[in-house]
Each structure stands twice: as structure tokens, then as C-alpha cells.
Write a protein that binds this ligand. Structure first.
Ligand code: NAD
Length: 497
């Protein structure tokens, strides 16, 4: 059977690829390829960027009211049809339908924030800064912006960026993950239906060739990237070298610190939700629990009990956790269970061979819990990005904090305690960008900004919120004087009054 090939979306319509290169897209719960996705060559990069460049002046100059009305229509359509999009996410990523809907809801929040853009891109005005002279600022778009997104949130991560970029008057080329690319076309088509002019939002499918094409293209003014740390670093350095504005969010290894006074049932629920939701394929997943003694044994027992009640299977059925995204990724994640044993850790729950409510060929790996993980082990140091939760035991708050701060990553962290003073101290002392206090996945709401520290984020701008609006706009400061009959003639110095 010949599988369909997902085309690019350029200039408001599907654009079948001419590169001759494709990549298979799998249904992870069935373990079969359902389509191929085009992989762009340089000519196709040029076509997508040219479309965005041509659309830019018209979109920039469209009145704020008309741009806002299109965003509102997009928001309404997306909300009406989010179940259709959720099904696409589940069939290519594998996450369960309820989680796919949750992802869309978090993306919708950014669309809703973006509808308020007139207020957020207002400039400032100071009258009479010198006699007869006024100074004011405007925030305008930067031009064609590139967005490169990862597989784990095929709808939400693009929506961290494109609603704000488009609201602010920019035009977009989105390069989604080749592992689950269909959501991007669906969103672009929906935006066209909402009235977005052709060329404002383009989807370019591809791999490193497409990414490098965007990084090197003179007409692309900024890059917003989300993905693994080595690629984020490469993107940051290459885009900056090519004179672009760049924000590059990388990988993570998020620790949850459980103090002896914590409510252990709450902590165990949180650990299971945050460790195994979306099969651990979340950049804000908890992957290490630092249990401050004497709580480790009790906590492990409570987590293991909860794991035994989880249902694993096809996300279209009523399950708690779906498969991993590809067979290769599943095998890589599973290999850490052997590494754990070799390194002297204790595998409490082994997810290999888990019983599933789904096709035998799916990319399954059940929730895995590993105790006494040595901090030298790759199980501790690597970002595993799967349903593998490690326990590290600490003797004190200070030892736990030192461990977290020694990590090269600084994306998210959480503390579980009933001591407000300890929580406040943690918030001050921990070197991590997003902190939960008795909240395991502290993803900020849309009107704050998302981003980590250290190897979890390169560049000085976070995603969405006010920082998103700053990233996608540039400020002009205008000094103006309208001459009146009293103007004072030649003066080579700076004005004094
Ligand atoms: P990835 O780095 O493999 O891919 C991300 C994007 O980069 C994709 O579009 C991919 O096509 C492209 N890419 C891959 N290899 C490339 C190369 N050599 N040169 C240029 N481009 C390349 O990441 P992934 O596996 O899709 O996503 C999972 C990773 O993303 C995890 O590390 C996760 O922590 C991270 N992530 C981080 C955040 C965050 O906000 N910090 C959010 C989501 C995911």
C-alpha cells in the first residue's frame, strides 16, 4: 500500500514536496507507519520564506482591529474543533486523548493571551522632554520569524510562539517535528479558515536541511527553537552567528525534593502524575525524586502501589498512559533499566513487558521506578525522556538542594513540604527557572513566561507572556519636534532643557 505524503503548507495552501526526500510517520500505539512527511530541500525553504516575506508588509499594516478579529475567529474555531486535533496528536504522538486535549488547552491559553495584543504592544509617550520636543516609542514586528518545534508537544509548543508572533504583525515559517507533523498543517489550515491572509503562516516540513536553511536565510529575522540541549545550543550559536534574534529552549532533568514533613500521599500522587504523564515525554516531567530521609521507603511504597493501578494502552481507549513516540526511542529509554542494574541501583518496578490494552506492535514501555540511583550513573545524569522515575536519597534539605543546583539543567523543579519557611528558602536558593511548591509540573500560565536556566535555555528571552511579545517586536524610539516660530537656530551641543 502506498502511504500518503504530508505536504508543506505554503502561501495558504498545501504545497506537495519536490525534494524527493520523506520520513515515515508512525501511529505509536499500532507500531505502523501511517504516512510519510516531506523533508524540504533548500529550494522549498526559499519558497516558504519567500511566501512569508511577501505577506509581511500587508499583514504588518493591517489594522489592529482586523488582526484581532482574525485571532478571535481562530480561537473560536480551535475551541470548537479541539477534539479533532486531539485525535491527530494521539495518533502520531501516542499520548492519551485527555492529555492531548490538555495540551491544546494550554496552547489555547496563549491564543487567548495573544488576542489582547493591542494592549501588550503599546508604546510610551513623553511630552516636552526638551522645549517643544516629544519622545515616544512604538513596538513593531520584526519580519519573517522561524519556529522549530519538538515532537513531544506538536500543538502546544508551536502555539507558545506563533499566536504572539502573528498578533504582533510578523509572518511565520514553522518547522514542526518530523515525528508528528500533521498538527501543524491542521493549525495552519484552521488559521486560513479564520481569515488569515495567505503566506502569514507557513509550515515547512523537514529535518536538519530545513532547519539549517532557516538558520542561514537572510530573510529570517528570528528563530524560536524548542528541543534537546545539544541541538538547542547549535541553534543558538548558529542563529546568533547569522545575526538573528534567538531563543532556544533545551532539555531537562527535573528534580522533586520531598522533605520529611511533606504529605506523602500528595507527593506520591504528584510523582506518578508528573513522572508518567505523557509517558514521561515532557520537558517538565519529574524524572528524579530526591527523598530527604527518613521518607524514602514510605514514599517508594506509595508510588509503587499507585503504579500498579495505572492502565497502559492505546490513547484512544480509556488508559492512563500511552506508548512512546517511536520504537527507537522506546528501546533507548528501556536500555536505561539495564544501565541502572549495572550501576548498582535497585529496579523497584520494571516497565518492560508491561501488560497493555493495545496492539502488540505498539511502542510500549510501562512505568519504571528505580531506587538508590548513584548520581554518577547515566540514569541520573542523562535526560531519559521516558517513563523512568529515579529515586535519590538525601540526608538533608541542604544535600538535596546542592544536588539540584549541581545539575547542568535548570528547567523545572518542585518541593513538597508543609513548611512555608523551607519552601520560601528553596524558592530563593534553587537555580531553576520554574518552581513548584507542592505542585509537580509548574508550567506558568500564558501571562507569565516559560523557560529554564543553564543548559535548559539559551538566549535571554523566555517563551510567551510579556517576554514573548518583546521577543517578537522591536521598539522604535521617536524624538519629534514640530517647529514653531520660536525655534532657536543652530546649536551643536546636546539640548540642555
Ligand atoms: P530534538 O532536539 O531531536 O528535535 C527538535 C527539533 O530540532 C525538531 O524539529 C527536529 O527536526 C530538529 N532537529 C533534530 N536534529 C537536528 C539537527 N541535527 N540539526 C538541526 N535541527 C535538528 O528534540 P525532540 O526529540 O523532538 O524533543 C524532545 C526534546 O525537547 C527533549 O530534550 C525535551 O526536554 C525538549 N523540550 C524542551 C522543552 C523546553 O521548554 N525546554 C519543551 C519541550 C521539549
Amino acid at each position: 500500500m502506498t502511504l500518503p505524503v504530508l505536504a508543506h503548507w505554503i502561501d495558504g495552501a498545501e504545497r506537495p514536496s519536490t525534494s524527493g526526500r520523506t520520513s515515515p510517520v508512525f501511529d505509536p500505539a499500532l507500531g505502523v507507519a501511517t504516512k510519510h512527511v516531506a523533508l524540504a530541500d533548500r529550494a522549498e525553504v526559499d519558497a516558504a520564506v519567500a511566501s512569508a516575506k511577501a505577506a509581511f508588509p500587508g499583514w504588518r499594516d493591517l489594522s489592529i482591529t482586523k488582526r484581532q478579529q482574525i485571532l478571535f475567529r481562530f480561537r473560536e474555531l480551535l475551541n470548537e474543533r479541539k477534539e479533532d486535533l486531539a485525535l491527530i496528536l494521539t495518533s502520531e504522538h501516542g499520548k492519551v486523548l485527555s492529555d492531548a486535549l490538555g495540551e491544546i488547552t494550554r496552547g489555547l491559553e496563549v491564543v487567548e493571551l495573544a488576542t489582547g495584543f493591542p494592549h501588550l504592544i503599546k508604546g510610551e509617550y513623553s511630552a516636552n522632554v526638551s522645549t517643544g520636543v516629544d519622545v515616544y516609542s512604538t513596538r513593531g514586528p520584526i519580519g519573517v520569524v522561524g519556529i522549530i518545534s519538538p515532537f513531544n508537544f506538536p500543538a502546544m509548543v508551536p502555539m507558545w510562539f506563533f499566536p504572539i508572533a502573528i498578533a504582533a504583525g510578523n509572518t511565520v515559517v514553522l518547522k514542526p517535528s518530523e515525528k508528528d507533523p500533521s498538527a501543524a498543517n491542521w493549525l495552519a489550515e484552521l488559521f486560513t479558515e479564520a481569515g488569515l491572509p495567505d503566506g502569514v503562516f507557513n509550515v515547512l516540513h523537514g529535518d536538519k536541511v530545513a532547519v539549517d536553511g532557516l538558520l542561514e536565510h537572510a530573510d529570517v529575522k528570528s528563530i524560536s527553537f524548542v528541543g534537546s540541549t545539544p541541538i538547542a545550543k547549535y541553534i543558538y550559536e548558529t542563529a546568533a552567528r547569522n545575526g538573528k534574534r534567538v531563543q532556544a529552549l533545551g532539555g531537562a532533568k527535573n528534580h522533586m525534593l520531598v522533605l520529611p514533613d511533606a504529605d506523602l500521599d500528595l507527593a506520591a500522587d504528584a510523582a506518578v502524575n508528573a513522572g508518567f504523564g505523557s509517558a514521561g515525554e515532557r520537558c517538565m516531567a519529574i524524572s528524579v525524586i530526591v527523598a530527604v530521609e527518613p521518607v524514602a521507603d514510605d514514599l517508594i511504597e506509595k508510588i509503587a502501589t499507585r503504579i500498579s493501578a495505572l492502565t497502559i494502552g492505546d490513547g484512544r481507549r480509556s488508559c492512563d498512559m500511552g506508548p512512546l513516540v517511536t520504537a527507537a526511542h522506546r528501546d533507548k529509554v528501556a536500555s536505561y533499566i539495564d544501565i541502572a542494574t549495572e550501576d548498582g541501583a535497585r529496579v523497584v518496578v520494571d516497565g518492560r513487558g508491561v501488560e497493555v490494552d493495545g496492539d502488540a506492535n505498539g511502542f510500549w514501555l510501562g512505568p519504571t521506578l528505580i531506587d538508590a540511583v548513584p548520581v554518577e550513573s547515566r540514569v541520573y545524569t542523562d535526560e531519559i525522556f521516558g517513563p523512568v522515575l529515579s529515586i535519590v536519597r538525601a540526608e538533608s534539605y541542604e544535600q538535596g538542594l546542592a544536588l539540584i543546583n549541581a545539575s547542568p539543567y535548570g528547567n523545572g523543579t518542585a518541593i513538597f513540604t508543609n513548611d512555608g519557611g523551607a519552601a520560601r528558602r528553596f524558592q530563593n536558593e534553587v537555580e531553576v527557572g520554574m518552581i513548584g511548591i507542592n505542585v509537580p509540573i509548574p508550567v506558568p500560565v500564558a501571562y507569565y513566561s516559560f523557560g529554564g536556566f543553564k543548559d535548559s535555555a539559551f538566549g535571554d528571552s523566555k517563551a510567551y507572556g510579556l517576554q514573548g511579545f518583546h521577543f517578537f517586536t522591536r521598539e522604535k524610539a521617536i524624538t519629534s519636534r514640530w517647529l514653531d516660530p520660536s525655534h532657536g537656530g543652530i546649536n551643536l551641543g546636546f539640548p540642555q532643557a
